[in-house]
Write a protein that binds this ligand. Sequence first.
Ligand code: HEC
Length: 504
Amino acid sequence: MDFPVFHFDWLNDRFLIAVIAILHVLINHGLAVGFVPFVTWMEQKGVSGGTSDQITNPEWDNLAYKLMWVAFIITTTVGAMTGVGIWFSAALVSPTSIASLIRVFYWAWFVEWLVFVTEVVLILIYFLTWKNSNKTLSAKLRHIRLGWFLSIFSWITMAIIVAILGFMMDPGNWNASHNLLNGFLNPIYLPQLFFRTPTAMVVAGIFAFFLILLFTDRYSELRVKAVRVVSIWIIGWVPFSLVGAIVYYRAMPSAMIANLSTAVGSMDFAQYYDLLKYFIVGGISLAVVISVFGLLKPRQVRLYMVVIPMLMAFGFLGIFERVREFIRKPYVIGGYLYSNLLRVEDYPLYKRDGVLKHATYTSVTEINDDNMIEAGKNVFMLTCSRCHTTQGVNSIVYVFERMYGFEKPLNEASMKAYIPFMHEGRTYMPPFPGTERELDALVAYIKNIQQTSDPLYGAQDEGVVINKLNNARAAVKIMEKQQQEEEALKATAEKKDQLTLEKK
Ligand code: HEC
C-alpha cells in the first residue's frame, strides 16, 4: 500500500509480468542453461573426432559455432531485455512484493548480479574468440574449458533465482524466523531445481535438433552424425526430467495442487488442466520418439518432424511457468504477503479500521453516502485490481455476471454476501480485508461500473491522491494540535500553581 497503483485496465496487470517472464524463461532455459553445455559438448566432440592432423573437425566445429551464433544473438538481445523487463514490470505492478523479496534476498541478489555479469562476459568471450581459438590445440582446449565455465555460470544464475521462486511458493521456516538462509533453503527449492535442470537440457536439445536440421544438408554425413549426437543428448536427459517432475510435484503443498485446475487457463478453461498433462506427456514422449527415430534412422528425419515436438517442449515450459505463478495464490510470498500486496499480519488492523484509513494513496478515507462510489473505487484498487480489471481480462463485472446472470443488474445483497467468503470457495483469492462500510462501497462501485462501463485508470494515467490522514500536512496538523494541547495543559498547571501561591 506504500506505492501508487499502476493499473492496466484492459490486459490485466498479471499478464504484463507473465508475458515478459515466460519469454525470458524460454530463452534462459532453452538457449542458455541447457544450450551452452550442449554446444560445448559438440565442440569437444569436434576435437576428439578430428583426424590426427586436424585440431578439430572443421565442418563439425562450424556447425557448433552456428548453433552458438543463434544462442548468442537471442540471449544477448531478447534474453537480456526480458530479464530486465521482469524487474521493470514486476516493480510496476507489484512493488511491495519486489521490495519484500529484496529485503530477504539482498545478498543472494548481489551474488546473482556478480554471477550474471560474469556470465555475460564469458558469453562474449566464448562466442567472439571461437574462430581464433581454432588455430592451436591448446587455444582450442582453453576455449572448450571456457564453454564449460560459461555453462556452470548460466546454471548458477538459474539456481539462485529458483530459490526465490521456491520461496514465494512456500517460505518454509522463514515465516518463523526471518533470515536469508531459511528463505533460501525453502522446501520447494531443491525439488524445483532438480526438475528445471534436466528439463532445460531437454528443451535446449530439441531446439538444437531443429537448428541442426536447418543448418545441414539433407544427404550430408554431417547431418547424420549431428542428429545422432543430439538424439543421445535428449534421450539421456529425459528420464531425469521425468523423475524431477515427480519429485517437484510431491514437494508442492496440497493447497497449490488444489489450485492447479484453474491455473492452466482460467475457470472458464478448467478443462485446459488436461492440456498441461498432454503437454507434459506429449511434449516429452514426442521428444523421445523423434530422438529414437533420429538415432536409428538419422537420414529419414526432416525439419518439419521436429517442429511439433519443439513447440510442445517450449509450450510445456511456458505452461509450467504460468501454473507455477498461479498456484501460489492467494499469496505472493506464502503465508506472509497476499497477492493484493497486503501483509497477512496487517489484516486484523484493516478489519478494524478499514483499508482506506491505512492506505498511502486514496482519495477517500471517511465513507459517507455521497462518496460511496469514489470510496469503492479506491477499495477496488487496493484489494482487487492486482488480479481483476473493470473492463478487460478477468473483469470484475464479468466474473459477477457469470455467477448471477448476464444482462441483468447485479444484486447488491448477493454480492455483499459473497465477497466476505470469496476466499473460501475460491482459494486463490485473498480474503476481503475491509470493513462492512468498505464492502458497501465496493459493491456500489462494481454495480456502478456495470451500468456505466467506466474504465479504471491507474496512477500512471490519473496521478495519485495522498491519503489526507497520512500526508505531511496532516502530520504537521497533528503535531500542531498536540503542541497546542500541551501548551494549554502547561498554562492551566501554571495558573493552578499561581492560585495556590496567591492563596498562601
Ligand atoms: C490474487 C488475485 C485475485 C484477487 C486479489 C481477487 N481475485 Fe477475484 N478472482 C481471481 C481469479 C484468478 C478468478 C477466477 C477467474 C476466472 O474465472 O478465470 C477470480 C474470480 C472471482 C469471482 C468469480 C468467482 C466464481 O466463483 O465464479 C468473483 C466474484 C471475484 N473474483 C471477486 C473478487 C473481488 C470482489 C475481489 C476484491 C475484493 C477479488 N476478486 C480479488 C483472482 C483474484
